[in-house]
Design a protein around this ligand. Structure first.
Ligand code: NDP
Length: 613
């Protein structure tokens, strides 16, 4: 339950007259739309970007030919991944005085998802004042409320410089495997550059959306035109840059496959530059207003030390369903909470039981989505196109989008929407994308089809780990992850994992990474101070945490099952493994508190330890 108890008005007016929304009819419509999209193959509908498809994952931002001598040295901590997770781990470790630290990153620089995703219009629709980490530490303020991808990438690199993380960093280096050396209590890190580095601790922050995926559409390899994935935007082909101006597309017909958050951001730029754009939609996104604006210098000057953590936590509390005095961010993400509160304030009986709370949340959601659908009618001129662009599911079934130019793009004469009615593209020919028996001739196909989420952890990481006794992580987690706090796993000593499964999930993903960074720095520095040689969770503690995850997730099971397929509900197949790999079901803030309480107890409880002689 979410109540943001600021006294200012909710964005959606709360009518006192009987609600005109027929919830039963809406549920039925949602069910029909979901059922159209359910498919047996779930995650298997997508193909991995390897083999014939490996060029979709190549790094377009580095000069070819980089080489270096293999490394066989030793450091105290290796951090795998140079996105915000790795950077926050590095920052918190440096703050705690750890000097012997190496960052390993497949890309040519820090930045993670913002390194890869440089498509035109890339920006973050989580407010920059809560999304960009370490603003006070670096003494910087974002230029806008919603920062562009370029500004975020520059910030990531500034974090790297500020905390001296470029020292010893290995870029353009893909880890190929980790082996636990029991005799020495060290991890041996193998890479595609022939390295065999050693480290006492390894932090893996591989990212949740690091591996582009393609739909396994028949004929995908037959298409002879130009193709690329949005996370490897080919500016050599399109011209222009992240700000748009894609001048080389002026005589090109372009197909866009997918209408998720990425397509929403890049379509307006494609529409402005290409001769023709054909958008192939399987499920429409919900598009709400974004309301970007430059940072107000007076407001920035008025902030007191500690402001960022307070704002980040305020945002997370609201998103986790907690009570706050003031909704500091007041954006589209927190609006759901404001709307629920408005209902609860007008009728206190809705708080009487879990059922009445759930009903009020459903009503609040229905009002919001009715508003989102009405906005499509207001903006999109062609009634048929408008109808197709309306999302028929609850707002948080899929990632909500916030954009002020996406829907408008469909009013341009050069933009055409192909509504595949939940089925997706039928097939490719050498020169066309086919749906409903119609071949749409195009020069280029841009895959805005997202990233692997529900596939196995080691497949997404691109490497496996061999822990104590020769057990691999993929074997240990075959039927689902087994961890404590999503971060530690028995049989894999001195290994710390960052991510969402079995851990805390919030829309402000960087916040979760910062909490994990603080936890990792605590574990490592305390281990050093206490003379701990190895740490890992006991099997009992691990079993207890897995049980906690499963039980807490069951609370959301009915909601997820009612949703249209997507990566939030494991492509419509939650299943036992999906439930086990879920985030902590009581919300991110409860999870962060749980971690902090564990640290405050200062007892390393639930861990099995060995000590230096
Ligand atoms: P998504 O996974 O959200 O979207 C993929 C799209 O491809 C969906 O519309 C999907 O349809 C469609 N698709 C898949 N297969 C087919 C097919 N066979 N035929 C037609 N369409 C198909 O990927 P995105 O890259 O858009 O976004 C990934 C995530 O990245 C977001 O959810 C968000 O977390 C993050 N992001 C964040 C941003 C921010 O502002 N912070 C901006 C951009 C991305 P369907 O829905 O039916 O599966």
């Amino acid at each position: 339950m979410t109540i943001a108890s600021d006294s200012s008005a909710a964005t959606t007016p709360t009518p006192t007259a009987p609600d005109p929304i027929d919830i039963a009819a809406l549920r039925e419509r949602y069910r029909i739309e979901r059922d159209k999209r359910l498919r047996e193959d779930g995650n298997e509908q997508y193909v991995e970007v390897q083999g014939d498809f490996s060029h979709y994952a190549e790094d377009p931002y580095v000069a070819p030919g980089f080489t270096r001598a293999p490394l066989a040295d030793e450091v105290e901590v290796v951090v795998i991944g140079g996105g915000f997770g790795g950077l926050l781990a590095g920052a918190r470790l440096r703050e705690a005085g750890v000097q012997s630290l190496r960052m390993i990153e497949a890309a040519g620089d820090f930045g993670g998802t913002w390194y890869w995703n440089r498509y035109p219009g890339a920006a973050c629709d989580i407010e920059a004042y809560v999304y960009l980490p370490l603003l006070e530490e670096l003494g910087v303020m974002p230029t806008r409320r919603f920062a562009t991808g370029a500004e975020i990438l520059a910030h990531a690199q500034a974090v790297g410089r500020h905390f001296d993380l470029y020292r010893d960093a290995c870029f353009q280096t893909r880890v190929s495997g980790l082996d636990w050396d029991e005799a020495d209590a060290r991890w041996v890190i193998r890479t595609h550059r022939g390295d065999r580095m050693r480290a006492r601790f390894v932090i893996m922050s591989n990212g949740p959306l690091n591996r582009p995926k393609l739909p396994g559409i028949p004929g995908i390899t037959h298409f002879k035109g130009h193709t690329f994935h949005t996370s490897r935007w080919d500016y050599a082909y399109t011209g222009g840059g992240p700000e748009g101006g894609l001048d080389r597309l002026h005589d090109k017909r372009v197909a866009v496959i997918g209408t998720g958050a990425t397509a929403v951001q890049c379509l307006p730029h494609l529409a402005a530059s290409a001769k023709q754009v054909v958008v192939f939609q399987r499920t429409p996104s919900s598009i709400d207003l974004r309301n970007d604006r430059p940072t107000d210098p007076e407001w920035a000057a008025s902030l007191k030390p500690g402001w960022q953590r307070e704002r980040i936590e305020n945002f997370a509390i609201i998103l986790s369903g907690g009570m706050v005095a003031v909704d500091m961010v007041r954006d589209g993400w927190t609006e759901a909470a404001r709307n629920f509160r408005a209902i609860a304030m007008s009728d206190r009986s809705v708080l009487a039981s879990p059922e009445s709370i759930a009903a009020a949340m459903e009503l609040s959601d229905a009002r919001k989505m009715t508003q989102v659908r009405a906005r499509v009618d207001e903006v999109v001129q062609d009634p048929g196109t408008a109808e197709s662009l309306k999302p028929w599911y609850r707002q948080f079934c899929k990632r909500p989008c916030f954009h002020d130019d996406y829907l408008q793009a469909f009013n341009r004469p050069n933009v055409k929407l192909v509504d595949t009615q939940g089925q997706g593209v039928e097939r490719f020919t050498e020169s066309a994308v086919v749906f409903g028996g119609v071949a749409h001739e195009v020069d280029a196909v841009i895959f805005a089809t997202g990233f692997e989420v529900g596939t196995g952890y080691t497949r997404r990481s691109g490497y496996d780990l061999v822990g104590r006794g020769g057990v691999t992580l993929s074997d240990k987690w075959r039927d689902g992850m087994r961890t404590v706090h999503g971060m530690l796993s028995n049989g894999f000593p001195n290994l710390i994992i960052f991510g969402t499964p079995q851990s805390g999930q919030t829309a402000n993903f960087v916040h979760a990474l910062d909490e994990q960074g603080r936890h990792a720095a605590y574990l490592i520095t305390q281990a050093q101070q206490r003379g701990v040689r190895t740490l890992e969770p006991t099997l009992e503690e691990e079993a207890a945490w897995v049980k906690t995850i499963i039980e807490s997730t069951r609370r959301n099971e009915a909601f997820l099952a009612s949703c249209t397929p997507g990566y939030y509900n494991n492509e419509g197949k939650p299943g036992a493994r999906g439930v086990q790999n879920s985030p902590y079901g009581l919300g991110a803030m409860a999870f962060f508190k749980l971690l902090a309480t564990w640290r405050d107890s200062d007892r390393f409880s639930g861990l099995q330890l060995t000590f230096e002689e």
